[in-house]
Design a protein around this ligand. Structure first.
Ligand code: KG4
Ligand code: ZN
Length: 343
């Protein structure tokens, strides 16, 4: 393998983004994402519509990824795809396409776990620039729409979940709070934007008392719902008049729950190299709070580029590259899985 470039095609279709990427060793050559607008009017992802959109998008998205990378199909060494966790119908589209692509070109098929891939997004290199990557072991706070985990990473595929949510995920907490305020789906980015001009101390919400490194967000959602309902009874314009303060306060609460446990994880494991991953890692308050750990505590912190936080195939391709180097290939009989096998 020395001296030879390995080209991997990555395919991500676990939820509502159809994405394809091409890597050359650890370098990212292209990363194309087709968002599915169709779900916006329903205030959440409709699984059946998601799988249909994946079917429509997958061929043009893969073709664009190959074109942008300036790579022909027959130059690809292996195809890596998200096997799970995610929506089964959506995963089936990527899985079936990857199997057919692998069979048709007689190249290895590689399965990627979506959550492992979020963590491995830190190893994506931009062409012609060598950015610093985390050294093992490190602690990663993986925060997405479906999962919230603190993971101890000993090696690329040696990961142990040491904390997880016992109910809602952090992204879900953002999305549900946004929905209560009448904001579009997914609400996380809207809360982030409105919060910039709001007062984070304007409203106080309870913090869960969960032992150890586990999280809980469902109580916060309920107390936010009742709080808004009561205020609207007194003042129907309450949300419009307080939108920025509400967003800043709920964001402050969610981020402080995450940071408390992340700090606790470092204190417990004595591992002070810390990373964040997943869609909620795009949140500006969380990114700032993690950066503060470096400034004030001297910990080494790794914050991914925005485009590698939310779902993307670049992380699936890089995960595929590491498996390719170990000849860790998948068989054609495997089926997708909907739930994480670690949480
Ligand atoms: O990783 P991801 O793209 O999909 C899953 O694997 O679930 O994460 C999506 C989640 C959504 O809940 C979305 O609201 C949240 O990430 N999100 C954010 C921000 N950008 C995306 N949450 C807070 N602030 C943001 N800026
Ligand atoms: Zn994700």
């Amino acid at each position: 393998m020395t001296g030879k470039y390995i080209y991997i095609l990555g395919i991500e279709s676990s939820c509502d983004d159809t994405s394809a990427a091409v890597t050359r060793n650890k370098e990212l050559l292209s990363n194309i994402i087709a968002n599915q607008e169709v779900h916006k009017q329903y205030g959440g992802v409709v699984p059946e519509l998601a799988s249909r959109s994946h079917q429509q998008n997958i061929i043009p998205v893969i073709q664009s990824a190959l074109d942008k990378a300036n790579i022909k199909k027959n130059q690809i060494h292996a195809v890596s795809f998200t096997r799970g966790p995610g929506l089964l119908g959506s995963l089936l589209v990527g899985t079936s396409f990857a199997k057919a692509f692998s069979l048709g070109l007689a190249i290895p098929l590689i399965e990627a776990d979506h959550l492992e891939a979020h963590v491995l997004a830190h190893f994506i290199q931009e062409p012609d620039s060598l950015s610093e990557v985390p050294s093992f072991p490190y602690i990663c706070l993986t925060v997405s729409g479906g999962h919230t985990q603190i993971v101890l990473i000993r090696d690329y595929f040696d990961m142990e979940v040491i904390g997880r949510t016992i109910d809602d995920a952090a992204g879900e907490a953002f999305d549900k709070a946004a929905k209560i305020m009448g904001l579009p789906y997914p609400g996380g980015p809207f809360i982030d934007r409105y919060a910039k001009t709001g007062n984070p101390l304007a409203f106080r919400f309870p913090k869960p008392r969960i032992a150890g490194l586990d999280f809980s967000f469902s109580g916060l959602k309920t107390s936010f719902l009742y709080f808004i309902r009561d205020r609207l009874k007194e003042n129907p314009a309450f949300i419009e008049q307080n939108r920025t303060d509400l967003c800043a306060s709920i964001q402050q609460n969610i981020v402080s729950i995450l940071m408390d446990k992340l700090i606790k994880a470092v204190e417990k494991t004595k591992i002070s190299t810390v990373a964040i991953a997943g869609g909620v890692a795009a949140n500006s308050l969380l990114r700032g709070a993690v950066m503060d750990l470096q400034i004030h505590r001297g910990w080494r912190v790794f914050i991914p580029k925005f485009e590698y936080t939310t779902d993307n195939a670049a992380m699936i391709a890089i995960s595929g590259y590491f498996k390719y180097t170990k000849n860790d290939y998948a068989g054609y009989s495997l089926a997708p899985y909907s739930r994480s096998f670690r949480s």
